[in-house]
Design a protein around this ligand. Structure first.
Ligand code: GTP
Ligand code: MG
Length: 313
């Protein structure tokens, strides 16, 4: 529902979904465009697990971005199926799709198959070739030749570097141009719709993703159990968060020798969250073994992964 029924003449607004394969830089792009971290980023695929909303307020319009989990073969877990379904569903009824491609990997057949399978209807598609800082100009030519055969409703192609904020301005200008006239959907100042407890859990998960290897990042989840201001001293907030893992052996690894890994992750998360939230924090983390947590729909919902699980039940 728009928040104002009488926007200034020429004002544009609309929903723009950011989709593509994992690790193509979708969340990096969203954070860069907003100038604020709303989505966590790691070098590992499948970092984003749910739809992340980010609102960009511009003088001439409002862009509501939906960052999505990278679309992958979902395998067997309910969490992964929900991730993929969430991403696909976020492509429906949008005003524009930004389809992200990892430029150093080229525009692969897998990218094209995925693009053709998305339920975008008649919405225009911008192909965003990200990570151009990692290739030579000459390497762009074969990719552009392939784009010509990509078909679909691709109306524009943008080589960019989300990491270096390179070439984002023309992309932004074209996005605004493409959106329909309409009033803003969100009030000035609102950047996202995620509760603080969600971003807290996500930042903790990001630090865990960065510190852990092999399958461990994928079999852990974080849920914030408490987030409250202390009576004394006021201005200090307590956060209690549980890290769920699937096996006893995982628990030991996450805690680390003499609790070292957990302590390090806790400090990294706390420092970042203090800056992000502008609060003084005391962060208490503990690890719990819950063998089937990725299959448990009520647990998944309580962790902020509510989208589209119903159809799976
Ligand atoms: N060199 C380079 N690296 C980038 C660029 N954009 C993103 N990255 C890196 O690519 C990796 C993945 O970035 P994310 O933003 O998490 O990618 P994503 O598409 O959101 O990944 P999923 O959430 O797993 O689907 C990170 O290590 C980023 O730093 C870029 O323009 N250039
Ligand atoms: Mg992401």
């Amino acid at each position: 529902m728009p928040v104002s029924s009488s926007p200034s003449p020429g004002y544009k607004s609309g929903f723009v979904t950011i989709a593509g394969r994992p690790n193509t830089g979708k969340s990096t792009f969203l954070n860069c465009i907003l100038g604020r971290k709303v989505a966590i980023v790691t070098h590992k695929p499948q970092t984003t697990r749910t739809r992340i909303l980010g609102v960009l307020h511009q003088p001439g319009g409002q862009i509501v971005f939906l960052d999505t989990p990278g679309i992958h073969e979902p395998g067997s877990s309910r969490l992964n199926r929900a991730m993929v379904r969430t991403a696909r569903d976020a492509c429906r009824d949008v005003d524009l799709l930004l389809f992200f491609v990892d430029l150093p990997h080229g525009l692969t057949q897998e990218d094209l198959n995925l693009l053709h399978s998305l339920p975008v209807g008649k919405a225009p598609i911008f192909l965003v070739l990200n990570k151009m800082d990692r290739i030579d100009r000459a390497e762009l030519l074969p990719v552009m030749a392939r784009v010509a055969h990509a078909g679909q409703n691709i109306t524009r192609v943008f080589p960019i570097s989300a990491l270096n904020n390179d070439n984002l301005e023309p992309l932004l200008a074209r996005i605004i141009e493409t959106l329909p006239p309409g009033p803003p959907y969100f009030p000035e100042g609102q950047i996202s719709d995620q509760p603080e407890t969600f971003i807290i859990a996500e930042v903790i998960r990001e630090k865990l993703f960065l510190s852990l290897h092999q399958e461990l990042p994928y079999v852990l989840g974080v849920r914030v159990e408490t987030f409250e201001e202390r009576q004394k001293p006021r201005g200090m907030w307590n956060i209690g968060a549980v890290i769920m893992v699937e096996r006893d052996s995982h628990k030991g690894i996450v805690i680390g020798k003499k609790g070292g890994l957990l302590k390090r992750v806790g400090t990294q998360a706390r420092l970042e969250l203090e800056e992000l939230l502008g609060l003084q924090l005391h962060l208490n983390l503990w690890v719990q073994v819950k063998s089937q947590w990725r299959e448990n729909s009520s647990l998944l919902r309580s962790m902020g992964y509510p989208d589209q699980l119903e159809a799976d039940e």
